[in-house]
Design a protein around this ligand. Structure first.
Ligand code: 6PG
Length: 235
């Protein structure tokens, strides 16, 4: 009997996208209400987190002064582009809070240089260049899920899925624009991974990822995994 997959994690099913965003914001705020500095938190990109971030921005409980914010991935576009994950987070959350530190992924140099710079930033903030399983890199990592089973920019069929040394990598193919993404080693080094997934188009990907398939299923988290799903996305 194979051991249970850590990626399967705990599941909460919410009635709809609004309830999902409310629950996600409440759960995140609960972790931030009593956090100690440095609380390193990874933001997910895409569109699903928008409402969650808007709700978080209006909450008084989170101790943002202890929180250091990173990004799980970025599209290689200018920070004011409509496709920028940084812009999405800035407009919904970051403009309304004062985090202890904020580390956007650079997109004003080459993709490879941006990945190398972000990788170096992560190691500097961690305080070591080798991940210690007893010392998570991130305290809370938010992740979305694509209908094809990608998470962050760990895209199907891309070499980044084999990356086990770098903590951040460039993904030159697979989407219209190059991506920069955290890699499996970095994402696995999370105390808590929170997937927030909405919509019927994600249902099969949720099921297969929780069974260890697809890029998202390739995660081997050291910490806890919680899947927040709306009813449409629940298998
Ligand atoms: C990105 C995200 C990506 C996203 C999923 C889901 O840059 O697009 O980081 O991993 O979380 O594609 O996207 P939606 O929330 O838009 O469905």
């Amino acid at each position: 009997m194979s051991p249970p997959l850590a990626i399967a994690g705990r599941v909460e099913i919410l009635a709809d996208a609004r309830a999902l965003a409310a629950r996600a914001a409440d759960l995140i705020a609960g972790h931030l209400a009593d956090c100690q500095a440095p609380f390193r938190m990874v933001l997910a990109g895409g569109s699903t987190p928008r409402e969650t971030y808007r709700r978080l921005a209006g909450m008084s409980g989170p101790r943002w002064a202890c929180t250091e914010i990173f990004f799980g991935d970025e599209r290689f576009v200018p920070p004011d582009s409509a496709d920028s994950n940084y812009r999405m987070a800035r407009e919904t959350l970051l403009e309304n809070i004062q985090p202890r530190k904020l580390f956007a992924i650079p997109t004003d140099i080459s993709p490879q240089s941006a990945a190398s710079r972000y990788d170096e930033t992560l190691r500097q903030q961690y305080g070591a260049s080798v991940l210690d399983p007893a010392v998570p890199l991130f305290d809370l990592t938010l992740l979305g899920l694509g209908a094809d089973g990608h998470t962050a920019s760990l895209l199907p069929g891309q070499p980044v899925l084999q990356e086990r040394k770098c903590w951040a990598a460039a993904v030159p193919q697979g989407r219209d624009e190059p991506r920069i993404t955290l890699t499996y080693p970095a994402l696995n080094a999370s105390r808590l991974i929170l997937f927030v997934v909405s919509g019927a188009d994600k249902k099969e990907a949720v099921d297969r990822a929780r069974a260890g398939q697809l890029p998202a299923g390739g995660l081997e988290p050291q910490g806890e995994v919680v899947w927040l799903l709306d009813r449409a996305a629940a298998p």
